[in-house]
Write a protein that binds this ligand. Sequence first.
Ligand code: GUN
Length: 265
Amino acid sequence: MTIKEYVKFRKEEIHRYVSTLITKPRLAIIQVNEDAGSNAYVKGKLKDCEELLINASLNNLPLDISEEELLKIIDEYNKDDSIDGFIVQMPLPKHINEETIKLAISPSKDVDGFHPLSQLNPCTPQGIINYLHHENIELCGANALVIGRSNIVGKPMAKLLLKENCNVTVVHSKTKPEDMARYIENADVIVVAIGKQGFLDNRFKYKDSAVIVDVGISRDETGLHGDAIPNLPVKLQTPVPGGVGLLTRLALMENLLKIYEQKHK
Ligand code: GUN
């Protein structure tokens, strides 16, 4: 199944479930940026909620809000029983410490799964694992290569792949080019998340049985591009657009429902 088909199928299941609930789940979004990528994501999340009968609200805060004021609003959201879960869209303005903000969100409402005490996993890595499972990709004992070591994707991705019993390698900007080529040649599953258009191309050799999950998004006048050029000679390659972004959004809805169910048990 393509990602688009898979997401449509899961959304139909979620819609059926939410339509049986008398009190609908509620997601709140706080945004403190004017970032084009964030705007697109937030718009997508609001659209998903509407489709899935989930109540959603967006609080767009001024860019010059102080960290203290933002923390006060987060505290109100933590205490507001009508909000099941909420997210603070990243990135935040430079004068606000993102780690402080992530730690201020109550783990019981942390739909993003960013808090160290959260029982949930971050949405992008979790969404990817769910899709690979659905496609029956063998992860146990597979050589998984994570390219990039960000806090939102690379690091949690490596952790989840390890939990799936993969042999996990993480490479990054300081990896030597000859080593990079060797790791790529040996990989069964490659998750690339560096934001460099066309980084994975025909310079490298791939296993023809390899799976490439492309998390990269770069934008230019011709549109959106991933970290891999299209149509590499592998078994499965996720597209950009219409790929991992949809899985992330789906995982966010699934995380919200998990929180909702925990609360209403
Ligand atoms: N910015 C980019 N991706 C994400 C995400 O998954 N959650 C939040 N809160 N901000 C992001």
